[in-house]
Structures are given as structure tokens and as C-alpha cells.
Design a protein around this ligand. Structure first.
Ligand SMILES: Nc1ncnc2c1ncn2[C@@H]1O[C@H](COP(=O)(O)OP(=O)(O)OP(=O)(O)O)[C@@H](O)[C@H]1O
Ligand SMILES: [Mg+2]
Length: 292
């Protein structure tokens, strides 16, 4: 990660049905900097504005007021460049597998790169790379997307966005509807993709556990506004406020905070049962749960 902002919003506001009696302010005064290479989790109660916000990042929506900057440049400054903004910021919407339509997996993944006007050998390289990013072998290339499992379809759809090699990859609820193993696979794949490519990744999720496991920072949206935008640990230190927003910190964080209340000096930045188990076990072995 560098400290150079790749994506910035300045007082970004979007109002649905602007000018009517039924105006809905979906996002209000959102001012954030997303750093190059960062993995940011976006969390918030249903209707808090997460999807509306990310639709601004690749110019699918234009703010009612405010600006979006990509690498320092206002994305709406030159309308002839909007197409290229959509190549630089790849957004994968919820349930993207419904948009698979080609007769083979390879053709589906190639759709974006083809649209970008790339040469066939470059397209082929990207299809292979993207398949490997999502953990599927080359044997999948000639399969029909419709013969795959739900989780595999999801991964192929995500690969289609990765194949565009965007500077910023945005995923809206990529784990929605998957079983625990499928969720785990997709999360690991996203973390690996960021590690291998150094790309900036934004991950919208309902699950604090999922986001805590892989994000550098968490953006918490509440009723169309930014409530918090900070490291996982600092955001979780606002447990009570999060609960009031209909969000919950991970169960393991609850447990660790409880231990701290009892005067036991444990770290609170562990989010899974196995992490906490390993920490407690190693301390008990040393005969002192407070030991570092
Ligand atoms: N097409 C629309 N017309 C009018 N209001 C809308 C429209 N789409 C969303 N909204 C409203 O805008 C607000 C933000 O919605 P948005 O879909 O961005 O929230 P979200 O955080 O993505 O929710 P979810 O977790 O359910 O996906 C909500 O009040 C929602 O009802
Ligand atoms: Mg949404």
C-alpha cells in the first residue's frame, strides 16, 4: 500500500428522485480517500447507501453534488473519458453470475478485455491469469458456465472483471448466498488477488467477520453518511455505536473485550475462533494468560 490516494470522493451526495416529493438522499457528504493498493471493507445496514456509493466509482451514477477523483482527476471532467474510467474501476455487482451468457467460460471472461479492443493473445493471457486468480484450472475454459456450481459461476463472473485488469476492483457482496466453504474460498481469493497484483480492492459486505479477516480499513456507512472510516481494530472499538447502527462486531471481538474488562491483557485484533484459540493456548502454556 502507498499513501497516494487512487480514489477520492469530495462531499459526494446522491438523491434519488431529486426534485420530487419522494426524494431519497441515498448518500450524503461522503468525503473519503482510498489509498493505492489498499483493501477496504464497506459495511452498513441495509439501505445505508453502500451500493449507491460504489456505483459512483465507475461513473454509473453521477453525484447530485460533489466529485469523484480517480488518481487525482475528476472522472466527469471529460465525458469522452468515461469509458476508460469503466476500464480502470471494475465493479462486480451483486449476484454477477446472472450476467453470464456466453457458451464457454473462456468467452465469458474474455468479454471485457475484448470490449477494450485488446489483441487476441493479450486476451488469452488475461483469461488464463483471471482463471488462476479465482482458483479454477484451464480445464474450465471450454465448459459451459451453465454447467458449473453456484460458487464456480460466481468465481467466473468475478474473473471476468479481473480480466480487465482494473486499477480498482470493487465487489458488491461477493459472498452473498454462498455456503461457508464458498465464502471462505471467495474471501481468500480476493485477498490473494490483492497480494499478487497490488491492486486496490473495495469489498462491500454485510459480514463484519468477513471484512475483518481481510480488510486494511473499514468504511462504515450509516443512514447515507460515513460513520467511521478507520482500521479494523479502531472501528471495532466502537462496539456500542456499531450495535446502535444495527451492526455487530465479531463474536470473538466481544469475547476479547470481555476478557479485557476482567483485567486480562489480551489483544483485540483477532477475529476467528482459531486465532483466539491459538493465542489463549500459547499463553496458558506459558502459565500466564497475561504474558505477551
Ligand atoms: N432506484 C431507487 N430509487 C429510489 N430509492 C432508491 C433506489 N435504490 C436505492 N434507493 C434507496 O437509497 C438508499 C440507499 O440504498 P442502497 O441500495 O445504496 O443501500 P445498500 O447499503 O446497498 O443496501 P443493501 O445492504 O440492502 O444492499 C435506500 O434508502 C434505498 O431505499
Ligand atoms: Mg446494496
Amino acid at each position: 500500500m502507498t499513501n497516494h490516494p487512487i480514489l477520492t470522493t469530495e462531499d459526494l451526495t446522491y438523491i434519488y428522485q431529486k426534485g420530487s416529493k419522494n426524494e431519497v438522499p441515498a448518500i450524503q457528504d461522503v468525503s473519503i480517500d482510498i489509498m493505492q493498493g489498499e483493501l477496504v471493507g464497506i459495511i452498513g445496514h441495509t439501505g445505508s447507501g453502500k451500493s449507491t456509493l460504489i456505483e459512483h466509482f465507475n461513473a454509473l451514477k453521477k453525484g447530485t453534488s460533489g466529485r469523484v477523483l480517480l488518481d487525482g482527476a475528476d472522472i466527469w471532467a471529460d465525458r469522452s473519458k468515461i469509458r476508460s474510467v469503466r476500464f480502470h474501476v471494475g465493479v462486480c455487482f451483486q449476484y454477477p453470475e446472472y450476467q453470464l451468457f456466453e457458451e464457454t467460460v473462456a468467452k465469458d471472461i474474455a468479454f471485457g478485455p475484448k470490449n477494450m479492443g485488446l489483441q487476441q493473445d493479450e486476451i488469452d493471457r488475461r483469461v488464463s491469469d483471471a482463471l488462476s486468480f479465482v482458483g479454477l484450472s484451464d480445464a474450465y475454459k471450454e465448459k459451459s458456465p451453465f454447467d458449473l456450481s453456484g460458487g464456480e459461476k460466481r468465481r467466473v463472473a468475478i474473473a471476468g472483471i479481473m480480466a480487465m485488469e482494473p486499477q480498482v476492483l470493487v465487489l458488491d457482496e461477493p459472498c452473498a448466498g454462498l455456503d461457508p466453504r464458498g465464502r471462505e474460498t471467495v474471501l481468500r481469493m480476493i485477498a490473494d488477488y490483492r497480494a499478487k497484483t497490488g491492486c486496490t480492492v473495495l469489498l462491500v459486505s454485510h459480514s463484519m467477520e468477513d471484512v475483518a479477516a481481510i480488510a486494511d480499513r473499514i468504511l462504515v456507512m450509516n443512514q447515507s453518511r460515513v460513520a467511521f472510516f478507520d482500521t479494523v481494530e479502531r472501528v471495532f472499538s466502537h462496539a456500542e455505536e456499531l450495535q446502535n447502527m444495527g451492526l455487530d462486531i465479531p463474536q470473538m471481538t466481544h469475547l476479547l473485550l470481555l476478557l479485557r474488562e476482567k483485567g486480562i491483557d489480551v489483544p483485540v485484533n483477532l477475529y476467528t475462533v482459531s486465532q483466539v484459540h491459538a493465542m489463549l493456548q500459547s499463553r496458558l502454556k506459558g502459565g500466564n494468560v497475561n504474558a505477551e
